[in-house]
Design a protein around this ligand. Structure first.
Ligand code: VGL
Ligand code: ZN
Length: 198
């Protein structure tokens, strides 16, 4: 068993009705549940922010959601408040099967730094620990699904490829935000990084 299924951020706030809803975000849940049945290792990720997280537009006087700002680690989109730890919005979509998960990894819990990727925070150097877990288990191949295609899925896939994993993204089991062309850019960046898009 050298393959893991990584399920990115299938949480209420990224589904219709949520604070940062991705169109059709809930539509991928049945397919993800089915895929888990065949996977030898299942990892779920959870965006998990303190209420005053620095990626929230509400923390930047005068800023609006989806504005850009400069953080010490580079450009950062300012988001509506979302996935505040312990809230209903941060919980997994109620239809997502969580029992098959071997590991649930939380990210974005440091106020000063956002974390799109399941592997590194947005400075691209602070690790989440997921790489060590997968390597320790001898896993070499990853299949990624979840939300959102153009942010957390794309960052995770590129980091995984850079780390040397064989990476496949199941686009039919992902949905994107598409902010100013971010979806096309993310697909191109993943392809360039050697990620298999199917
Ligand atoms: C995500 C924006 C902010 C994601 C998380 O899961 O793609 N996007 N936080
Ligand atoms: Zn977030």
């Amino acid at each position: 068993m050298t393959q893991a299924l990584i399920v990115i951020d299938v949480q209420n706030d990224f589904c219709p009705g949520g604070a940062l809803a991705v169109a059709g975000g809930d539509a991928i849940v049945p397919g993800i549940n089915a895929l888990m049945q065949e996977a030898g290792c299942v990892v779920l990720t959870q965006d998990w922010h303190p209420a005053d997280h620095s990626s929230f537009a509400s923390e930047h006087p005068g800023a609006a959601a989806y504005d850009m700002t400069e953080m010490p680690y580079g450009p950062q989109v300012l988001w509506p408040d979302h996935c505040v730890r312990g809230t209903r919005g941060a919980a997994f979509h109620p239809a997502l099967h969580t029992d098959p998960a071997d590991l649930i990894i939380r990210k974005g819990f440091r106020r000063a730094i956002d974390s799109y990727s399941a592997f590194f925070e947005n400075d691209r150097t602070t690790p989440t620990g997921l790489e060590g877990y997968l390597r320790n288990r001898g896993i070499t191949d990853l299949v990624l699904v979840g939300l959102a295609t153009d942010f957390c899925v794309a960052y995770s896939a590129q980091d995984a490829a850079r780390l040397g994993f064989d990476v496949t993204v199941r686009l039919d089991l992902c949905r994107g935000i598409d902010l100013n062309g971010s979806l096309a850019a993310a697909l191109e960046a993943m392809r360039a990084a050697g990620v298999r898009l199917v």
